[in-house]
Design a protein around this ligand. Structure first.
Ligand SMILES: [Zn+2]
Length: 151
């Protein structure tokens, strides 16, 4: 979809198909995310179209960013869900840290990706706060580098 058409499409879609009550539930304090979006809720606080959807040109880049933000990927944290593996046993198979292969582990911790991490996202001394800032940045360059790591 053409970049200039994304905002009108988003607005039209959500204004015509989403009941007003859903907005209030999502934006209200009663909102309880499903487990695979619990991380997303740590850095997404407003129900609106994300910066990267309109700021980036390449749809491929947008898809990679969206997949890691929304848990639509092949990391153990998600594939284990489909195979009925309990969350604590969805261990990364690429390193010996015996950690759950979450998005945070993949992007900020796992030594198997350290060279890609150094090349693209430059996260030293990883913390959850840095991870949340990485996924909610308003920088085109940060998102492009992140997408390059994900490709
Ligand atoms: Zn690992």
């Amino acid at each position: 979809m053409d970049k200039s058409k994304r905002t009108p499409y988003f607005n039209r879609y959500f204004q015509t198909t989403t009941p007003r009550s859903i907005y209030s539930v999502v934006e209200g304090s009663q909102y309880r995310p499903c487990q695979n979006l619990s991380t997303t809720c740590q850095y997404k606080h407003v129900f609106e179209m994300e910066f990267y959807v309109t700021a980036l040109d390449a749809e491929k880049t947008i898809k990679h960013i969206a997949s890691i933000r929304l848990g639509s990927h092949n990391l153990e944290i998600e594939t284990g869900r489909f195979n009925n593996v309990i969350r604590a046993q969805r261990i990364c198979k690429l390193c010996n840290m015996n950690c759950v292969e979450s998005e945070y582990h993949f992007l900020c911790i796992c030594p198997a990706y350290s060279s890609l991490r150094r090349q693209y996202i430059h996260v030293s001394w990883p913390t959850l706060d840095k991870y949340y800032r990485l996924l909610s940045t308003k920088s085109n360059d940060c998102y492009i580098n992140l997408a390059n790591m994900l490709i």
